[in-house]
Write a protein that binds this ligand. Structure first.
Ligand code: PLP
Length: 452
């Protein structure tokens, strides 16, 4: 009988080459160090995007602040800035240190992107940036706007009449759909969010309530997205937001790094070689964590160490980076289901462009079981009173993986991160979403955590 192969090799051969696959294919948690990780000094020059590109994106966000403040009253206090705070979580740190039986000597913080205004998730960075950039492009092109203007004029009749002639389209079952849908509809675009049939009911309801069209696809959702992309290419009045690779999404995420720099300074947290910053990012298709990592590396260089986290059933970026096959590999190829309660991370195939862009910037990756996500959900709620959606908790085991596993310890050794540096370290868990989740769903999540 012929042996089954995966991209030309038997599973045994794959495991021989990448031992971590043994656990990955059995859907067990695993920690992996990226052998392609390099000092940023050696990476910077070869990149197609730079710090100036991030600054340009940040400047665009600034131009839009008066408009954002006009359209979204919740942002008035921050003058239209779409940003979240960093929050220290000492209670959670002591519960986790107990739970994992490992004393974390640095300080544990959360980047509270679940509180981001407008969309309540990290997608409020990339998604909103992309829609704003498109709107600016149209308004400039039609002579309605100059970059020196007060952009709140885009809330007026003329701009609205212009935007109503255009369609914005996105395929997403999750937070990207919400972010694009809410922002586009607010500006007056005809927005269509394509969703698979298993998309959560509350998300569809929310989108319809803000004036977005929701199109559900019974069977082949990915074909629907491909067709949408095609249709948009042929029609200049339709703009397609491409979750798999979009430079604009990526840059919108990257701006977070400039903001973090300021926030850390304000909090008097030092970041340099002797005071390392560890960042733990939940990863789906890769744009969010990839963009943030790209930005952080530009800002902090080798003083920042970025780890990506994925569910055990959906380690798409993990497989892409480890095999070097990027978008050519899917979790299904290795027999995994891509079924997880972390719906923001339920991605079968990673973005190849993002993977290639960050493959020497990511320190490592690890996977997290759904039960573990729920345990963290409950612990965070109990200690800090904060709800995060399951996806957003994937980063949380990261600091303990670093100090408590063989792979983690190996990383500390390789990078010469001794106890003294670790005592000075800041561990930043990226809390990627949660505030848009309806109260009854939050409670049901907490209940499932109690029942398991
Ligand atoms: C989208 C999302 C992520 C990951 O972003 P990708 O760009 O898909 O990698 C993480 N957490 C939440 C809650 C998300 O919605």
């Amino acid at each position: 009988m012929e042996q089954q192969t995966i991209h030309g090799h038997t599973l045994e051969e794959w495991i021989d080459r990448h031992p971590a696959l043994d656990r990955i294919t059995r859907a067990k948690e695993v920690v992996w160090l990226n052998p392609k990780y390099q000092s940023f000094k050696d990476v910077r020059a070869s990149l197609s995007l730079s710090l100036e590109d991030i600054e340009e994106a940040a400047a665009r966000f600034r131009r839009f602040q008066p408009l954002i403040a006009t359209l979204f009253p919740e942002t008035v206090e921050d003058k239209g800035l779409i940003e979240s705070s960093i929050i220290q979580i000492p209670e959670m740190q002591s519960v986790l240190s107990n739970h994992y039986r490992a004393d974390l000597s640095g300080k544990l913080w959360v980047k509270a992107d679940h509180q981001l205004p407008i969309a309540g998730s990290i997608k409020a960075r990339g998604g909103i940036y992309e829609v704003l950039k498109f709107a600016e492009h149209l308004a400039l092109e039609h002579g309605l706007l100059q970059t020196s203007d007060d952009y709140s004029l885009l809330a007026g009749k003329d701009a609205r009449a212009l935007f109503q002639q255009y369609g914005v389209m996105v395929g997403s079952t999750g937070n990207l759909g919400l972010s694009i849908g809410i922002m586009s509809a607010k500006l007056g675009f005809n927005v269509e969010v394509h969703m698979s049939a298993d998309a959560k009911e509350w998300k569809k309801k929310k989108l319809r309530s803000v004036g977005s069209k929701v199109i559900e696809h019974e069977d082949d959702f990915s074909r629907a997205v491909t067709e949408g992309r095609q249709a948009a290419q042929e029609d200049p009045h339709v703009y397609f937001v491409d979750d798999e690779w979009s430079r604009d999404l990526f840059m919108g995420y990257a701006v977070a790094a400039l903001r973090i720099k300021q926030q850390l300074e304000t909090a008097r947290i030092q970041v340099d070689e002797a005071h390392p910053l560890f960042v733990y990012l939940p990863c789906g298709v890769g744009g969010g964590p990839g963009g943030v990592t790209f930005g952080l590396k530009q800002v902090f260089g080798d003083a920042v160490h970025c780890f990506f986290a994925e569910p055990t059933e959906s380690p798409a970026m993990f497989l892409g980076l480890m095999t070097g096959m990027h978008e050519k590999v899917s979790v299904g190829d290795f027999g995994l289901s891509n079924r997880t309660a972390a719906d923001g991370l339920a991605v079968g195939r990673p973005s190849g462009v993002v993977g290639k862009m960050v493959e020497s910037m990511v320190s490592g990756m690890y996977t997290v079981r759904d039960e573990h996500l729920y345990q963290l959900l409950r612990q965070l709620k109990d200690t800090e009173g904060t709800y995060l959606e399951p996806s957003a908790l994937a980063g949380f085991p990261g600091p303990y993986n670093l100090i408590g596993t063989a792979a983690g310890k190996e990383y500390l050794k390789q990078q010469e991160l001794n106890d003294e540096k670790l005592a000075n370290a800041t561990h930043l868990l990226w809390g990627t979403g949660g505030n848009m989740v309806p109260e009854e769903v939050k409670q049901a999540d907490y209940q499932s955590a109690l029942n398991q």
